[in-house]
Design a protein around this ligand. Structure first.
Ligand SMILES: *Cc1c(COP(=O)(O)O)cnc(C)c1O
Length: 382
């Protein structure tokens, strides 16, 4: 692999890992006859939506999914022509650009369906629509008691050519908890909604499974799965076994200064850490302004000069200090804050555990104006 020197604060995005993960997921979906949508919302979970979209499509993804129309149009502006769906709309959203760019739109209500149909008529094209049924997450999605009205209206709008209903879909609440009873309950409600849609005269496909359900519930793959987190190499159900996913993001920096300090010297704001013996400190130019949470002060470890070493004292806005004992460390040495873990560096899942959150939030929160992203392509082998 082509390696570049770590900059001050850099996210290294491993395209080879993205491709391998998508290939793993797409082959699981294909085994049950399903297509694969890769979800690249929130700038590809912090990895870069365009980078991920291209890698995913090269590795066998059939479609892409995003939350907002703005995200979808940004992909189109980068010449990504694959089938693309957006599912969460603002009030008064102008759907005309999406219809023009052939972005499929989710509708959870009659109002949204009408707005999409109106936009389609104005643009002079048929809008592609996915109708979302709420099967128990109680977030967006059409409540069951309004579903009949929605599918009936959608069938009428199909007749006039305003819309084409591609799919009925829903989202699971507890797919990452193996055998959670809500999964089967939601699947039953989903089936009932699908039957109603067909009776209304629609012939939609179905999609329900997120990453966790793609990995654990093949009977819920239907015609398409929607994978997000697993494509990035972060396993939502590690207790289910090793799925062979490789984390694609490495957060790295470099040592910018080293110094020997005497026993009794204290470090960083508030002097919360005291050197018990003479030691070498390494200064690393990343802080909470670069996504290193201050709440992890004194609880982080970083991989530096072939060892896992403790970060000491408070995390500052721009810098952290690492205790290196008597080991030789030098300015320019690479520092891994988290990554796939192959060298012994912490993982995003380790950070999440320390923070009391999930690895989704760790990677999605990393990209900031001061942090660079280096996209590493696999070397072409001949
Ligand atoms: C984010 C999202 C997904 C992907 O979920 P993962 O758990 O990351 O696989 C799928 N569907 C919807 C509606 C989503 O919002």
């Amino acid at each position: 692999m082509k390696e570049e020197t770590a900059r001050r604060a850099d996210l290294r995005i491993d395209v080879g890992a993205l491709r391998r993960n998508v290939a793993v997921l797409a082959s699981r979906a294909a085994a049950s006859g399903a297509r694969t949508m890769v979800v690249v919302k929130s700038d590809g979970y912090g990895h870069g939506a365009v980078t991920v979209a291209r890698a995913a499509l090269a590795a066998g993804a059939d479609e892409l999914g995003v939350a907002s129309v703005t995200e979808a149009l940004d992909l189109r502006a980068h010449d990504i022509t694959a089938p693309l769906m957006a599912w969460l709309h603002g009030p008064g959203e102008d759907f005309r650009p999406a219809v023009r760019e052939d972005v499929a739109l989710s509708a959870s209500s009659l109002e949204t369906l009408h707005e999409i149909a109106k936009a389609a008529d104005q643009v002079g094209r048929t809008a592609r629509v996915h109708l979302k049924i709420d099967t128990g997450l109680n977030r967006n999605g059409c409540p069951a008691h309004l579903w009949h009205e929605l599918v009936t209206a959608a069938a009428r709008a199909e007749d006039t050519g305003s819309v084409r209903v591609l799919a009925v879909w829903s989202h699971l609440a507890c797919a990452d908890e193996l055998d959670h009873p809500s999964i089967d309950e939601q699947a039953e409600r989903f089936h009932a909604a699908y039957v109603q849609a067909r009776r209304a005269g629609l012939s939609p496909e179905r999609h329900l499974a997120n990453s966790a359900a793609t990995l654990t519930r093949p009977e819920l793959h239907f015609e398409m799965v929607r994978v997000g987190i697993a494509a990035y190499g972060l396993d939502p159900v590690p207790e289910h076994g090793d799925h062979g996913l490789v984390p694609a993001m490495t957060f790295r920096s470099s040592v910018v200064l080293t110094k020997r300090v005497a026993a009794g010297e204290r470090v960083s704001y508030g002097h919360t850490w005291t050197a018990e013996r003479e030691t070498t400190l390494a200064l690393v130019p990343v802080g909470y302004g670069d996504g290193v949470p201050r709440v992890l002060s004194g609880r982080l470890a970083v991989w530096l000069a072939d060892a896992l070493r403790p970060q000491v004292g408070r995390v500052c806005m721009d810098q952290i200090v690492v205790d290196c004992g008597d080991d030789p460390v030098a300015v320019g040495d690479e520092v891994l804050l988290f990554g796939p873990g192959d060298h012994g560096e912490p993982t995003a899942a380790d950070w999440a555990r320390e923070l009391g959150t999930i690895h989704y939030e760790v990677v999605t929160g990393m990209f900031r104006p001061r942090v660079s992203r280096t996209v590493v392509e696999p070397e072409v082998t001949t």
